[in-house]
Design a protein around this ligand. Structure first.
Ligand code: TYD
Ligand code: MG
Length: 454
């Protein structure tokens, strides 16, 4: 018998519940995050098909993990981010700004899964004709991809249970709705319940499910934050809309590392993999301009060259402006303080703008040296040599500290044709084989590195 439904308020940040609306969540302190949610009593909710389980615990050693099964998509940039392919029975959430290419990449996954798998593509956003047109554009011709235009999550799950495809793609989770719940599609409760139902269906049949999730204005995944906790893997597709390249990043991954990134380029026929991201990051670089410095960062397991640009200009108002794009703002302030205090270079009445070209974000301290050099080059208006790469962490006393994987960074710089590399002196002992084409300049202090700008 169905009982009375009840209204509660749920915080979209932390999932905390309250019987009354509050301006500020009492759990996490976030403002204006309480959203109305209608609770259906258990008896009225969907009857769950419970897997018959035996209530027993097993010794860890007796569990066989060799049969972890992955579907290798054949798109190597995606496989790398996923940790080697899509794990059977896992739930992957793919999110990103509208128009970034989420639907495109998933349709390409359908085409790339070569070992003849049956794929169900559920779309609540586009009609089958629209999907067909996109598939034509990216050259997808497959007998084994079925398109389902449906928004009712129970219908979708029933279909999955009867057709038993090898992979299910749901585009997007915000369009799915559960008919037992009165709130509108996209609301916190609809998103959560739809995810839960798809998750249970997928896990019980060992079918991987990929969900597309929209992001809200703040860049968070729309819907409850708890969604990120439920799923196994959260991927984020990012990039500048007006530029063609896109970066795929894992924010959470139960089956692999979260450090890996995949780089793609959007073209006429869908997304193509970028096998040489360094070349992409350095394309369009101008020579002989002050404030530019190339660094080498490690993204996951790969070294990637990136250009740091610093612009230092006279301030128009009393307060100097400082901005950092792609780099931590507080780290920029710290490096400016080190330059002032240890080297006597004053930026206090100058506007300082820092930008990492190519839309990537650098969080590694190894970029410190390149940032400092670009700021000094910008201040003095003297360009750095075009063939110079710099990396190294800067300490508060103005000393240069060793960073990991110096060998890989140097090899990448040499491969891309750079001839000089400024690095912490302490890193020199890590180097086992240095290509002849690149000269290593080991420095102990920032002042030694800065003296190269003359
Ligand atoms: P889409 O995958 O629909 O984005 P999302 O699902 O994340 O909202 O991508 C749409 C954008 O990609 C659209 O602006 C057109 C562009 N695009 C191309 O440039 N080339 C292509 O081959 C395709 C299919 C899309
Ligand atoms: Mg889409």
């Amino acid at each position: 018998m169905a009982g009375k439904s009840k209204t509660v308020y749920v915080c979209s940040e932390c999932g905390c519940e309250s019987p009354k609306w509050m301006g500020r969540c009492s759990e996490c302190g976030a403002w204006n995050t309480m959203v109305e949610d209608v609770r259906i009593p258990k008896s009225a909710a969907v009857p769950q098909t419970k897997p018959a389980h035996s209530f027993s615990a097993r010794p860890l050693s007796s569990i066989n993990a060799d049969d972890e099964h992955r579907f290798v998509t054949g798109i190597s940039e995606l496989d790398r981010v996923l940790g080697g392919g899509i794990v059977k029975g896992s739930v992957v959430l793919l999110s990103g700004d509208p128009g970034i290419g989420k639907s495109t990449i998933l349709l390409q996954v359908c085409g790339a899964l070569q070992n003849g798998l049956d794929i169900l593509y559920v779309s609540g956003e586009e009609s089958p004709v629209q999907i067909k047109l996109r598939a034509k554009r990216i050259g997808l011709e497959s007998e084994r991809v079925s398109i389902m235009s449906e928004t009712d999550v129970q219908t979708v799950c029933e279909y999955i249970a009867s057709a038993k495809p090898d992979l299910v793609i749901v585009d997007s989770i915000q369009t799915m709705q559960h008919s037992d719940i009165s709130s509108s599609p996209g609301s916190i409760v609809q998103v959560r319940e739809s995810t839960n139902l798809l998750l249970r269906t997928g896990k019980s049949l060992d079918i991987p499910v990929i969900l597309v999730g929209h992001v809200n204005k703040g860049g968070d995944i729309a819907g409850p934050k708890v969604l990120e906790h439920i799923v196994d893997t959260v991927l984020y597709f990012e990039g500048e809309r007006n530029q063609s390249y896109r970066i795929l990043r894992a924010i959470k991954n139960r089956f692999g590392s979260t450090n890996e990134i995949g780089v793609f380029e959007m073209g006429e026929a869908g997304l193509t993999e970028v096998e040489n991201p360094s070349a992409m990051m350095l394309s369009g670089r101008m020579s002989d301009v002050s404030g530019g410095c190339i660094t080498c960062v490690i993204e996951g397991t790969r070294p990637i060259l990136a250009e740091v640009q610093g612009l230092v200009a006279a301030t128009g108002f009393g307060n100097a402006r400082r901005t950092a794009t792609g780099f931590d703002y507080n780290r920029l302030n710290l490096l400016l303080a080190v330059l002032e205090k240890r080297l006597g270079l004053y930026y206090s009445n100058l506007d300082t703008y820092l930008n990492i070209v190519g839309g990537i974000r650098i969080d590694e301290p190894a970029a410190d040296l390149a940032v400092a050099l670009s700021l000094v080059s910008g201040l003095r208006d003297i360009p750095l040599p075009d063939d110079l790469v710099a990396f190294g962490e800067i300490g508060l006393s103005g000393e240069l500290r060793s960073v990991p994987r110096a060998q890989a960074r140097i090899t990448e710089a040499a491969r891309m044709g750079f001839k000089q590399c400024v690095l912490p002196f302490a890193c020199l002992k890590q180097i086992t084989s240095c290509p002849d084409t690149i000269k290593l300049i080991g420095v102990r202090r920032l002042s030694e590195a800065v003296s190269l700008i003359r």
